[in-house]
Design a protein around this ligand. Structure first.
Ligand SMILES: Cc1cc2nc3c(=O)[nH]c(=O)nc-3n(C[C@H](O)[C@H](O)[C@H](O)COP(=O)(O)O)c2cc1C
Length: 244
């Protein structure tokens, strides 16, 4: 007898529970997608939208692999916003928006990497530095004026950094991966930087551009120049441009 009144209530309470569960699921998905896309739900007013990345091109993957060579001498030919956008997309672009998954694999999809483009000579983009927002495929200005001399100084005066029209700094927020993987995160994050850098290097070849991955620099000087917070570390500098 006691079961009956309860079961009369059941449709309502069942509905309430189902609705609450549904809300939780949606909230979880939204939070997860937001975190995976770098917490980029709100576009900033000064963001610069990049052209849509191309999903096909004239150079095969095999040709790009065979042709890739470190390039350290660049002409002063400017790069285009389409080239910058394509290179950023290759490194960290979102390829599955529903779950925020990207071109490069990431341990547990924790996405610790960030990319900052240091622009010296680009069509329609003022010299300075810009942070890539993968979820929106846009750039947030972070520094004004040509920073190439300071960047080269922070990296043993490597001339590739002076000559290249743009340099991509791959940085990492280790805490994003550490919360799930603890000490093993250090290795995972370094591996991810390799994935992203290789994607970018091969995309450069496919665009008729050259690049070199640079690991020899003063961490503190690069972090200070790029105004990184204490939880963000520079891992790679990748100058890109037309080979001289
Ligand atoms: C982790 C790492 C760090 C590197 N650091 C530098 C660097 O600071 N400066 C540089 O000119 N090349 C750097 N390189 C590029 C190597 O010198 C280059 O890949 C190597 O000579 C092989 O030539 P290849 O890239 O043309 O195949 C680095 C490569 C790796 C993988």
């Amino acid at each position: 007898m006691r079961a009956w009144p309860m079961s009369r209530d059941m449709p309502w309470s069942g509905l309430k529970v189902a609705a609450a569960l549904l809300c939780l699921v949606f909230w979880g998905v939204a939070c997860n997608a937001d975190q995976q896309s770098g917490g980029e739900a709100m576009p900033t007013p000064q963001a610069i939208q990049l052209p849509e990345p191309a999903l096909s091109g004239p150079v095969s993957l095999e040709e790009a692999l065979a042709l890739r060579r470190s390039v350290r001498g660049f002409s002063d030919h400017p790069v285009t916003p389409a080239e910058i956008g394509q290179l950023l997309w290759a490194a960290q672009g979102v390829t599955e928006p529903r779950r925020g998954l990207r071109t490069a694999p990431s341990a547990g999809a924790t996405y610790p990497l960030e990319i900052i483009v240091i622009v010296g000579r680009a069509e329609g983009l003022a010299p300075g530095a810009y942070r890539y927002a993968p979820g929106r495929h846009d750039l947030i200005p972070v520094l004004q004026e040509d920073q190439r001399q300071s960047l080269a100084r922070a990296a043993l005066n490597q001339s590739a950094l002076l000559q290249a029209p743009v340099t991509f700094a791959v940085t990492a927020v280790h805490a994003r991966t550490e919360t799930r993987y603890g000490r093993r995160a250090i290795r995972y994050v370094d591996m991810e930087a390799g994935h992203a850098a290789q994607n970018l290097s091969l995309q450069a070849v496919a665009l008729g551009l050259g690049s070199v991955v640079i690991g020899a620099f003063d961490d503190r000087d690069v972090a200070a120049l790029l105004n990184l917070s204490s939880g963000e570390a520079p891992l790679y500098l990748i100058p890109v441009g037309k080979p001289r």
